[in-house]
Ligand binder design. Sequence first.
Ligand code: NAD
Length: 497
Amino acid sequence: MHEMLNYIDGKWVHSRTGKTNENRNPADDSEVVGTFQASSEEDVDAAVDAARRAYRSWRLVPAPRRAEYLYALGAILKERKEQYAKDMTREMGKVIAETRGDVQEGIDTAYLAGGEGRRLFGDAVPCELPNKAGWSERHPIGVAGLITPWNFPMAIPTWKLFPALVCGNTAVIKPASDTPLSVVNLVKACEDAGIPPGVVNLVTGDGRSVGNRIVGHPDVRVISFTGSSQVGRRLGEACGKSLKRVSLELGGKNAQIVMEDADLDLALEGVLWGAFGTCGQRCTATSRLILHKPIKGRFLEMLVERVKTLKLGNGLDESVDVGPLVSKAQRETVHEYVEIGKKDGARLVYGGEPYTRGECEKGWFYMPTIFDGVTRSMRIAREEIFGPVLSVLEADNLEDAVETLNDTDYGLSSSIYTRDVNKAFRAIRDIEAGITYVNGPTIGAEVQLPFGGVKDTGNGHREASHTVLDIFTEWKSVYVDYSGKLQRAQIDTESQE
Ligand code: NAD
Protein backbone atom coordinates (compact mmCIF):
# COMPACT_ATOMS: atom_id res chain seq x y z
CA MET A 1 0.00 0.00 0.00
CA HIS A 2 1.28 3.39 -1.01
CA GLU A 3 2.39 5.63 1.83
CA MET A 4 1.00 9.16 1.56
CA LEU A 5 3.22 12.06 2.55
CA ASN A 6 2.89 15.60 3.82
CA TYR A 7 3.29 18.41 1.31
CA ILE A 8 5.51 21.22 2.56
CA ASP A 9 7.19 23.94 0.51
CA GLY A 10 6.37 22.20 -2.75
CA LYS A 11 7.81 18.81 -1.71
CA TRP A 12 6.19 15.55 -0.60
CA VAL A 13 7.91 14.73 2.71
CA HIS A 14 7.76 12.28 5.59
CA SER A 15 6.74 13.48 9.02
CA ARG A 16 9.62 14.08 11.39
CA THR A 17 7.95 11.60 13.78
CA GLY A 18 8.63 8.72 11.38
CA LYS A 19 5.16 7.45 12.31
CA THR A 20 2.12 6.77 10.16
CA ASN A 21 -1.59 6.03 10.59
CA GLU A 22 -3.43 3.40 8.62
CA ASN A 23 -6.84 4.20 7.16
CA ARG A 24 -9.39 1.52 6.36
CA ASN A 25 -12.51 1.37 4.24
CA PRO A 26 -15.57 1.74 6.51
CA ALA A 27 -17.55 -0.51 4.15
CA ASP A 28 -14.93 -3.26 4.50
CA ASP A 29 -12.61 -3.02 7.46
CA SER A 30 -10.16 -5.51 5.92
CA GLU A 31 -9.27 -3.05 3.12
CA VAL A 32 -6.47 -0.60 3.88
CA VAL A 33 -7.04 2.61 1.92
CA GLY A 34 -3.65 4.08 2.69
CA THR A 35 -1.09 5.03 5.30
CA PHE A 36 -0.69 8.68 6.19
CA GLN A 37 1.82 10.72 8.15
CA ALA A 38 1.14 10.94 11.89
CA SER A 39 2.62 14.42 12.10
CA SER A 40 3.82 16.50 14.99
CA GLU A 41 4.06 20.15 15.95
CA GLU A 42 7.46 20.32 14.25
CA ASP A 43 5.89 19.39 10.92
CA VAL A 44 3.34 22.15 11.39
CA ASP A 45 6.12 24.62 12.16
CA ALA A 46 7.91 23.69 8.93
CA ALA A 47 4.68 24.08 6.95
CA VAL A 48 3.86 27.45 8.51
CA ASP A 49 7.40 28.65 7.85
CA ALA A 50 7.09 27.68 4.17
CA ALA A 51 3.67 29.37 3.94
CA ARG A 52 5.00 32.52 5.59
CA ARG A 53 7.87 32.77 3.11
CA ALA A 54 5.65 32.04 0.11
CA TYR A 55 3.20 34.71 1.24
CA ARG A 56 5.74 37.45 0.50
CA SER A 57 5.49 36.86 -3.23
CA TRP A 58 2.01 35.25 -3.52
CA ARG A 59 0.29 38.31 -2.10
CA LEU A 60 1.86 40.41 -4.89
CA VAL A 61 0.63 38.17 -7.72
CA PRO A 62 -2.31 40.11 -9.22
CA ALA A 63 -5.61 38.52 -8.21
CA PRO A 64 -6.66 37.80 -11.85
CA ARG A 65 -3.40 35.81 -12.24
CA ARG A 66 -4.03 33.93 -8.97
CA ALA A 67 -7.46 33.13 -10.36
CA GLU A 68 -5.90 31.43 -13.39
CA TYR A 69 -4.43 28.77 -11.07
CA LEU A 70 -7.94 28.17 -9.76
CA TYR A 71 -9.37 27.77 -13.25
CA ALA A 72 -6.60 25.26 -13.98
CA LEU A 73 -7.43 23.46 -10.75
CA GLY A 74 -11.11 23.32 -11.66
CA ALA A 75 -10.19 21.69 -14.98
CA ILE A 76 -7.91 19.13 -13.28
CA LEU A 77 -10.57 18.20 -10.73
CA LYS A 78 -13.07 17.80 -13.57
CA GLU A 79 -10.72 15.45 -15.39
CA ARG A 80 -10.06 13.38 -12.24
CA LYS A 81 -13.59 13.54 -10.83
CA GLU A 82 -14.35 9.84 -11.18
CA GLN A 83 -11.10 8.65 -9.62
CA TYR A 84 -11.27 11.11 -6.74
CA ALA A 85 -14.92 10.19 -6.11
CA LYS A 86 -14.02 6.49 -5.94
CA ASP A 87 -11.15 7.20 -3.54
CA MET A 88 -13.52 9.19 -1.37
CA THR A 89 -16.14 6.44 -1.25
CA ARG A 90 -13.42 4.01 -0.20
CA GLU A 91 -12.12 6.28 2.53
CA MET A 92 -15.39 7.50 4.09
CA GLY A 93 -18.17 5.32 2.75
CA LYS A 94 -20.74 7.64 1.19
CA VAL A 95 -22.23 6.42 -2.07
CA ILE A 96 -20.53 7.19 -5.37
CA ALA A 97 -23.26 9.59 -6.60
CA GLU A 98 -22.63 11.67 -3.48
CA THR A 99 -18.83 11.56 -3.68
CA ARG A 100 -19.09 12.67 -7.33
CA GLY A 101 -21.18 15.55 -5.99
CA ASP A 102 -18.52 16.29 -3.36
CA VAL A 103 -15.81 16.64 -6.04
CA GLN A 104 -18.22 18.63 -8.21
CA GLU A 105 -18.66 21.09 -5.36
CA GLY A 106 -14.89 21.56 -5.40
CA ILE A 107 -15.01 22.23 -9.15
CA ASP A 108 -17.84 24.75 -8.70
CA THR A 109 -15.88 26.44 -5.91
CA ALA A 110 -12.76 26.66 -8.08
CA TYR A 111 -14.69 28.55 -10.76
CA LEU A 112 -16.57 30.71 -8.26
CA ALA A 113 -13.35 31.69 -6.44
CA GLY A 114 -11.59 32.13 -9.79
CA GLY A 115 -14.26 34.60 -10.86
CA GLU A 116 -13.61 36.62 -7.72
CA GLY A 117 -10.07 37.18 -8.97
CA ARG A 118 -11.51 39.80 -11.35
CA ARG A 119 -13.89 41.26 -8.76
CA LEU A 120 -12.81 41.35 -5.07
CA PHE A 121 -14.94 44.48 -4.91
CA GLY A 122 -14.46 47.30 -2.47
CA ASP A 123 -16.44 50.55 -2.37
CA ALA A 124 -15.47 53.86 -3.96
CA VAL A 125 -17.42 56.58 -2.17
CA PRO A 126 -17.51 60.39 -2.34
CA CYS A 127 -15.45 62.23 0.27
CA GLU A 128 -16.84 65.07 2.36
CA LEU A 129 -13.91 67.38 1.51
CA PRO A 130 -13.11 68.72 -1.96
CA ASN A 131 -10.24 67.32 -3.97
CA LYS A 132 -10.12 64.15 -1.96
CA ALA A 133 -10.84 60.54 -2.95
CA GLY A 134 -11.80 57.62 -0.74
CA TRP A 135 -12.30 53.92 -1.28
CA SER A 136 -12.02 50.57 0.47
CA GLU A 137 -10.08 47.56 -0.78
CA ARG A 138 -9.48 44.00 0.33
CA HIS A 139 -6.04 42.81 1.41
CA PRO A 140 -4.90 39.28 2.22
CA ILE A 141 -4.26 38.38 5.85
CA GLY A 142 -1.24 36.06 5.67
CA VAL A 143 -1.01 32.36 6.51
CA ALA A 144 -4.40 30.69 6.83
CA GLY A 145 -4.81 27.55 8.96
CA LEU A 146 -7.55 25.31 7.54
CA ILE A 147 -8.95 22.50 9.69
CA THR A 148 -11.62 20.29 8.15
CA PRO A 149 -14.00 17.41 9.03
CA TRP A 150 -14.45 14.02 7.38
CA ASN A 151 -17.99 14.22 6.04
CA PHE A 152 -17.20 16.38 2.99
CA PRO A 153 -13.57 15.35 2.51
CA MET A 154 -12.92 17.44 -0.60
CA ALA A 155 -15.73 20.00 -0.86
CA ILE A 156 -15.13 21.60 2.54
CA PRO A 157 -11.35 21.93 2.09
CA THR A 158 -11.99 23.65 -1.27
CA TRP A 159 -14.53 26.03 0.33
CA LYS A 160 -11.68 27.27 2.48
CA LEU A 161 -8.59 26.85 0.34
CA PHE A 162 -9.76 28.36 -2.96
CA PRO A 163 -11.10 31.67 -1.59
CA ALA A 164 -8.08 31.92 0.74
CA LEU A 165 -5.77 31.61 -2.27
CA VAL A 166 -7.56 33.99 -4.60
CA CYS A 167 -7.48 36.61 -1.84
CA GLY A 168 -3.67 36.27 -1.70
CA ASN A 169 -3.22 34.19 1.45
CA THR A 170 -1.11 31.08 1.70
CA ALA A 171 -2.36 28.00 3.55
CA VAL A 172 -1.61 25.09 5.82
CA ILE A 173 -4.34 22.51 5.70
CA LYS A 174 -5.06 19.68 8.12
CA PRO A 175 -7.72 17.19 7.02
CA ALA A 176 -9.70 15.01 9.44
CA SER A 177 -7.81 11.89 10.47
CA ASP A 178 -10.49 9.67 8.89
CA THR A 179 -10.27 11.26 5.43
CA PRO A 180 -6.79 12.46 4.50
CA LEU A 181 -6.74 10.80 1.05
CA SER A 182 -9.18 13.26 -0.53
CA VAL A 183 -7.06 16.19 0.63
CA VAL A 184 -3.88 14.47 -0.60
CA ASN A 185 -5.69 14.25 -3.97
CA LEU A 186 -6.70 17.91 -3.78
CA VAL A 187 -3.15 19.01 -2.98
CA LYS A 188 -1.78 16.89 -5.86
CA ALA A 189 -4.18 18.78 -8.11
CA CYS A 190 -2.81 22.07 -6.70
CA GLU A 191 0.73 20.91 -7.46
CA ASP A 192 -0.24 19.90 -11.01
CA ALA A 193 -1.96 23.26 -11.54
CA GLY A 194 1.46 24.84 -10.95
CA ILE A 195 0.69 26.64 -7.71
CA PRO A 196 4.09 27.86 -6.47
CA PRO A 197 5.89 26.00 -3.63
CA GLY A 198 4.86 27.02 -0.11
CA VAL A 199 1.51 28.50 -1.14
CA VAL A 200 -0.39 25.31 -0.25
CA ASN A 201 0.92 23.02 2.48
CA LEU A 202 -0.59 19.80 3.83
CA VAL A 203 0.05 18.24 7.23
CA THR A 204 -1.88 15.11 8.18
CA GLY A 205 -2.39 13.91 11.73
CA ASP A 206 -4.64 14.29 14.70
CA GLY A 207 -6.35 17.31 16.17
CA ARG A 208 -4.50 17.35 19.44
CA SER A 209 -0.99 17.74 18.01
CA VAL A 210 -1.37 19.05 14.45
CA GLY A 211 -4.65 20.95 14.83
CA ASN A 212 -3.71 22.53 18.13
CA ARG A 213 -0.37 23.74 16.83
CA ILE A 214 -1.93 25.29 13.73
CA VAL A 215 -4.35 27.17 15.96
CA GLY A 216 -1.65 28.22 18.42
CA HIS A 217 1.08 29.15 15.92
CA PRO A 218 1.74 32.90 16.09
CA ASP A 219 2.41 33.16 12.34
CA VAL A 220 -0.99 31.70 11.41
CA ARG A 221 -3.17 34.79 11.15
CA VAL A 222 -6.56 33.30 10.37
CA ILE A 223 -8.18 29.98 11.22
CA SER A 224 -11.03 28.50 9.26
CA PHE A 225 -12.53 25.50 11.03
CA THR A 226 -15.41 23.18 10.22
CA GLY A 227 -16.28 20.49 12.73
CA SER A 228 -18.13 19.83 15.95
CA SER A 229 -19.40 22.60 18.23
CA GLN A 230 -17.41 21.04 21.06
CA VAL A 231 -14.03 21.40 19.32
CA GLY A 232 -15.06 24.69 17.68
CA ARG A 233 -15.79 26.27 21.04
CA ARG A 234 -12.30 25.34 22.27
CA LEU A 235 -10.68 26.75 19.14
CA GLY A 236 -12.70 29.93 19.47
CA GLU A 237 -11.43 30.39 23.02
CA ALA A 238 -7.82 29.82 21.98
CA CYS A 239 -8.11 32.28 19.10
CA GLY A 240 -9.83 34.81 21.34
CA LYS A 241 -6.83 34.83 23.65
CA SER A 242 -4.45 35.74 20.83
CA LEU A 243 -7.02 37.91 18.99
CA LYS A 244 -6.72 35.68 15.97
CA ARG A 245 -9.48 35.76 13.39
CA VAL A 246 -11.41 32.50 13.35
CA SER A 247 -14.39 31.29 11.37
CA LEU A 248 -16.27 28.38 12.90
CA GLU A 249 -18.75 26.24 10.96
CA LEU A 250 -20.17 23.79 13.47
CA GLY A 251 -22.97 21.34 14.15
CA GLY A 252 -26.64 21.23 13.29
CA LYS A 253 -29.93 19.71 14.45
CA ASN A 254 -31.94 20.43 11.36
CA ALA A 255 -35.66 19.94 10.95
CA GLN A 256 -38.11 19.49 8.12
CA ILE A 257 -41.69 20.65 8.67
CA VAL A 258 -44.52 19.03 6.70
CA MET A 259 -47.85 20.89 6.74
CA GLU A 260 -51.25 19.39 6.01
CA ASP A 261 -51.45 21.15 2.63
CA ALA A 262 -48.05 19.89 1.42
CA ASP A 263 -47.43 17.61 -1.54
CA LEU A 264 -46.85 14.59 0.68
CA ASP A 265 -45.10 12.49 -1.95
CA LEU A 266 -42.61 15.29 -2.55
CA ALA A 267 -42.12 15.80 1.20
CA LEU A 268 -41.46 12.08 1.52
CA GLU A 269 -38.72 12.16 -1.13
CA GLY A 270 -37.26 15.16 0.69
CA VAL A 271 -37.05 13.58 4.11
CA LEU A 272 -35.64 10.31 2.76
CA TRP A 273 -32.81 12.20 1.09
CA GLY A 274 -32.33 14.69 3.93
CA ALA A 275 -32.27 12.15 6.75
CA PHE A 276 -30.56 9.16 5.20
CA GLY A 277 -28.31 10.64 2.47
CA THR A 278 -24.63 10.41 3.55
CA CYS A 279 -26.02 8.01 6.19
CA GLY A 280 -27.17 11.09 8.15
CA GLN A 281 -23.62 12.36 8.48
CA ARG A 282 -24.13 15.87 7.15
CA CYS A 283 -24.14 19.03 9.19
CA THR A 284 -27.35 19.85 7.28
CA ALA A 285 -28.92 16.37 7.67
CA THR A 286 -32.60 16.21 8.59
CA SER A 287 -32.54 14.90 12.09
CA ARG A 288 -36.01 16.06 13.19
CA LEU A 289 -39.24 15.68 11.23
CA ILE A 290 -42.05 17.93 12.42
CA LEU A 291 -45.41 16.70 11.17
CA HIS A 292 -48.64 18.67 11.21
CA LYS A 293 -51.11 16.63 13.28
CA PRO A 294 -53.77 15.97 10.59
CA ILE A 295 -51.31 14.17 8.28
CA LYS A 296 -48.97 12.69 10.86
CA GLY A 297 -50.28 9.09 10.95
CA ARG A 298 -50.53 8.79 7.17
CA PHE A 299 -47.13 10.37 6.48
CA LEU A 300 -45.35 8.20 9.02
CA GLU A 301 -46.83 5.06 7.45
CA MET A 302 -45.69 6.20 3.99
CA LEU A 303 -42.22 6.94 5.38
CA VAL A 304 -41.74 3.57 7.05
CA GLU A 305 -42.84 1.77 3.87
CA ARG A 306 -40.24 3.67 1.83
CA VAL A 307 -37.40 3.38 4.35
CA LYS A 308 -37.74 -0.40 4.12
CA THR A 309 -36.81 -0.21 0.43
CA LEU A 310 -33.50 1.65 0.94
CA LYS A 311 -30.58 -0.52 -0.09
CA LEU A 312 -27.53 -0.55 2.19
CA GLY A 313 -24.11 -1.58 0.94
CA ASN A 314 -20.74 -0.59 -0.43
CA GLY A 315 -21.11 2.87 -1.93
CA LEU A 316 -19.16 1.90 -5.07
CA ASP A 317 -22.18 -0.16 -6.13
CA GLU A 318 -24.34 2.32 -8.09
CA SER A 319 -27.56 0.66 -6.90
CA VAL A 320 -26.82 1.29 -3.21
CA ASP A 321 -28.75 4.09 -1.45
CA VAL A 322 -26.98 4.24 1.92
CA GLY A 323 -23.34 3.49 2.73
CA PRO A 324 -21.74 2.77 6.10
CA LEU A 325 -21.00 5.14 8.95
CA VAL A 326 -17.48 6.52 8.81
CA SER A 327 -16.02 4.40 11.63
CA LYS A 328 -16.68 1.87 14.33
CA ALA A 329 -16.63 4.67 16.92
CA GLN A 330 -19.28 6.59 14.99
CA ARG A 331 -21.48 3.50 14.86
CA GLU A 332 -21.13 3.06 18.60
CA THR A 333 -22.13 6.70 19.18
CA VAL A 334 -25.19 6.32 16.96
CA HIS A 335 -26.25 3.16 18.77
CA GLU A 336 -25.81 4.84 22.16
CA TYR A 337 -28.23 7.55 21.04
CA VAL A 338 -30.73 4.92 19.95
CA GLU A 339 -30.57 3.39 23.43
CA ILE A 340 -30.98 6.86 24.97
CA GLY A 341 -34.04 7.49 22.77
CA LYS A 342 -35.64 4.25 23.92
CA LYS A 343 -34.85 4.95 27.57
CA ASP A 344 -36.30 8.46 27.32
CA GLY A 345 -39.61 7.02 26.09
CA ALA A 346 -39.50 7.58 22.33
CA ARG A 347 -41.13 4.84 20.24
CA LEU A 348 -38.76 3.06 17.86
CA VAL A 349 -40.74 2.44 14.68
CA TYR A 350 -37.97 1.24 12.39
CA GLY A 351 -34.28 0.23 12.53
CA GLY A 352 -32.36 0.86 15.70
CA GLU A 353 -29.53 -1.57 15.21
CA PRO A 354 -26.32 -2.21 13.27
CA TYR A 355 -26.90 -3.73 9.83
CA THR A 356 -24.77 -6.82 9.34
CA ARG A 357 -26.45 -8.73 6.53
CA GLY A 358 -24.22 -10.29 3.82
CA GLU A 359 -21.21 -8.21 2.82
CA CYS A 360 -22.29 -5.46 5.21
CA GLU A 361 -20.96 -7.57 8.04
CA LYS A 362 -17.48 -6.32 7.08
CA GLY A 363 -18.23 -2.65 7.69
CA TRP A 364 -19.87 -0.10 9.97
CA PHE A 365 -23.41 -0.12 8.60
CA TYR A 366 -26.42 1.00 10.60
CA MET A 367 -30.10 0.62 9.78
CA PRO A 368 -32.01 3.77 8.89
CA THR A 369 -33.83 4.47 12.13
CA ILE A 370 -37.09 6.27 12.92
CA PHE A 371 -38.38 7.30 16.34
CA ASP A 372 -41.96 8.47 16.84
CA GLY A 373 -43.42 10.17 19.91
CA VAL A 374 -40.32 12.30 20.38
CA THR A 375 -40.71 15.38 22.55
CA ARG A 376 -38.67 18.56 22.36
CA SER A 377 -36.85 17.89 25.63
CA MET A 378 -35.55 14.42 24.73
CA ARG A 379 -31.84 14.17 24.06
CA ILE A 380 -32.44 12.63 20.62
CA ALA A 381 -34.37 15.82 19.74
CA ARG A 382 -31.67 18.15 21.05
CA GLU A 383 -28.21 16.66 20.42
CA GLU A 384 -26.47 16.16 17.10
CA ILE A 385 -26.33 12.39 16.46
CA PHE A 386 -24.62 12.41 13.05
CA GLY A 387 -26.14 9.16 11.87
CA PRO A 388 -29.26 7.79 10.14
CA VAL A 389 -31.62 8.50 13.05
CA LEU A 390 -34.77 10.54 12.47
CA SER A 391 -36.91 11.86 15.35
CA VAL A 392 -40.56 12.55 14.56
CA LEU A 393 -42.33 15.33 16.45
CA GLU A 394 -45.87 16.60 16.10
CA ALA A 395 -47.23 20.15 15.67
CA ASP A 396 -50.73 21.64 16.02
CA ASN A 397 -50.25 24.45 13.50
CA LEU A 398 -47.59 26.51 11.73
CA GLU A 399 -46.66 28.58 14.80
CA ASP A 400 -46.22 25.43 16.86
CA ALA A 401 -44.15 23.80 14.09
CA VAL A 402 -41.81 26.79 13.77
CA GLU A 403 -41.48 27.10 17.54
CA THR A 404 -40.58 23.40 17.73
CA LEU A 405 -38.08 23.81 14.90
CA ASN A 406 -36.48 26.78 16.68
CA ASP A 407 -36.29 24.97 20.02
CA THR A 408 -32.67 23.92 19.57
CA ASP A 409 -29.20 25.23 20.33
CA TYR A 410 -28.29 24.97 16.66
CA GLY A 411 -29.42 26.88 13.58
CA LEU A 412 -27.92 25.63 10.33
CA SER A 413 -30.51 24.34 7.87
CA SER A 414 -34.30 24.05 7.87
CA SER A 415 -37.11 23.08 5.54
CA ILE A 416 -40.85 23.48 5.17
CA TYR A 417 -43.17 21.65 2.81
CA THR A 418 -46.37 23.56 2.14
CA ARG A 419 -48.40 24.69 -0.89
CA ASP A 420 -49.58 27.80 0.94
CA VAL A 421 -47.44 30.77 -0.05
CA ASN A 422 -48.42 32.71 3.08
CA LYS A 423 -47.23 29.91 5.33
CA ALA A 424 -43.99 29.62 3.34
CA PHE A 425 -43.15 33.30 3.71
CA ARG A 426 -44.00 33.35 7.41
CA ALA A 427 -41.71 30.37 7.92
CA ILE A 428 -38.88 32.08 6.00
CA ARG A 429 -39.30 35.09 8.29
CA ASP A 430 -39.60 33.24 11.61
CA ILE A 431 -37.27 30.24 11.34
CA GLU A 432 -33.96 30.80 13.11
CA ALA A 433 -31.43 29.22 10.74
CA GLY A 434 -28.78 30.18 8.22
CA ILE A 435 -30.57 28.25 5.46
CA THR A 436 -34.29 27.68 4.79
CA TYR A 437 -35.63 25.51 2.00
CA VAL A 438 -39.22 25.67 0.82
CA ASN A 439 -40.41 22.40 -0.71
CA GLY A 440 -36.87 21.02 -0.69
CA PRO A 441 -34.94 18.94 1.88
CA THR A 442 -32.50 20.43 4.42
CA ILE A 443 -29.53 19.35 2.31
CA GLY A 444 -28.41 20.61 -1.09
CA ALA A 445 -26.63 23.94 -0.73
CA GLU A 446 -25.20 25.64 -3.83
CA VAL A 447 -21.82 27.37 -3.62
CA GLN A 448 -22.97 30.78 -4.88
CA LEU A 449 -25.14 31.36 -1.79
CA PRO A 450 -23.76 31.94 1.72
CA PHE A 451 -23.37 28.83 3.86
CA GLY A 452 -23.44 28.79 7.65
CA GLY A 453 -25.76 29.08 10.58
CA VAL A 454 -26.92 30.90 13.68
CA LYS A 455 -26.68 30.11 17.42
CA ASP A 456 -24.20 27.29 18.28
CA THR A 457 -23.72 26.46 14.59
CA GLY A 458 -20.99 29.03 14.26
CA ASN A 459 -19.62 32.44 15.09
CA GLY A 460 -21.39 34.47 12.45
CA HIS A 461 -19.24 33.92 9.37
CA ARG A 462 -20.59 32.58 6.08
CA GLU A 463 -18.60 30.39 3.72
CA ALA A 464 -19.22 30.17 -0.04
CA SER A 465 -20.72 33.04 -2.06
CA HIS A 466 -18.80 36.33 -1.87
CA THR A 467 -19.35 36.37 1.90
CA VAL A 468 -16.41 33.97 2.33
CA LEU A 469 -14.10 36.80 1.22
CA ASP A 470 -14.77 38.52 4.55
CA ILE A 471 -13.10 35.57 6.29
CA PHE A 472 -9.94 35.73 4.21
CA THR A 473 -9.35 39.46 3.74
CA GLU A 474 -8.73 42.56 5.78
CA TRP A 475 -10.42 45.78 4.70
CA LYS A 476 -8.23 48.78 4.10
CA SER A 477 -9.72 52.26 3.73
CA VAL A 478 -7.67 54.57 1.52
CA TYR A 479 -7.87 58.38 1.42
CA VAL A 480 -6.05 60.41 -1.20
CA ASP A 481 -6.06 64.16 -0.65
CA TYR A 482 -5.10 66.00 -3.84
CA SER A 483 -5.97 69.49 -2.58
CA GLY A 484 -2.36 70.28 -1.69
CA LYS A 485 -3.34 71.54 1.76
CA LEU A 486 -4.29 70.17 5.16
CA GLN A 487 -8.02 69.39 5.17
CA ARG A 488 -9.50 68.24 8.46
CA ALA A 489 -12.40 65.79 8.29
CA GLN A 490 -15.47 66.73 10.34
CA ILE A 491 -13.93 70.19 11.02
CA ASP A 492 -13.11 71.92 7.78
CA THR A 493 -16.33 70.72 6.16
CA GLU A 494 -18.25 73.63 7.70
CA SER A 495 -15.90 76.31 6.34
CA GLN A 496 -16.59 74.97 2.81
CA GLU A 497 -20.24 76.03 3.06
P1 NAD B 1 -14.39 17.27 14.86
O1 NAD B 1 -14.71 18.54 15.54
O2 NAD B 1 -14.18 16.07 15.67
O3 NAD B 1 -13.07 17.45 13.97
C1 NAD B 1 -12.95 18.45 12.97
C2 NAD B 1 -11.48 18.70 12.70
O4 NAD B 1 -10.88 19.29 13.85
C3 NAD B 1 -10.67 17.44 12.41
O5 NAD B 1 -9.70 17.72 11.42
C4 NAD B 1 -10.01 17.15 13.74
O6 NAD B 1 -8.83 16.40 13.64
C5 NAD B 1 -9.71 18.57 14.23
N1 NAD B 1 -9.53 18.71 15.68
C6 NAD B 1 -10.03 17.92 16.66
N2 NAD B 1 -9.61 18.38 17.87
C7 NAD B 1 -8.85 19.49 17.65
C8 NAD B 1 -8.15 20.41 18.48
N3 NAD B 1 -8.16 20.28 19.80
N4 NAD B 1 -7.49 21.42 17.90
C9 NAD B 1 -7.50 21.59 16.57
N5 NAD B 1 -8.13 20.73 15.72
C10 NAD B 1 -8.81 19.70 16.24
O7 NAD B 1 -15.56 17.04 13.77
P2 NAD B 1 -15.76 15.80 12.79
O8 NAD B 1 -16.21 14.64 13.60
O9 NAD B 1 -14.58 15.63 11.90
O10 NAD B 1 -16.95 16.33 11.86
C11 NAD B 1 -18.27 16.25 12.22
C12 NAD B 1 -18.77 17.57 12.75
O11 NAD B 1 -18.55 18.60 11.79
C13 NAD B 1 -20.26 17.59 13.03
O12 NAD B 1 -20.52 18.25 14.24
C14 NAD B 1 -20.82 18.39 11.86
O13 NAD B 1 -22.06 19.01 12.11
C15 NAD B 1 -19.74 19.37 11.64
N6 NAD B 1 -19.82 19.94 10.29
C16 NAD B 1 -20.22 21.23 10.15
C17 NAD B 1 -20.34 21.80 8.90
C18 NAD B 1 -20.76 23.23 8.72
O14 NAD B 1 -20.43 23.81 7.69
N7 NAD B 1 -21.46 23.85 9.66
C19 NAD B 1 -20.05 21.02 7.76
C20 NAD B 1 -19.66 19.71 7.94
C21 NAD B 1 -19.53 19.18 9.21
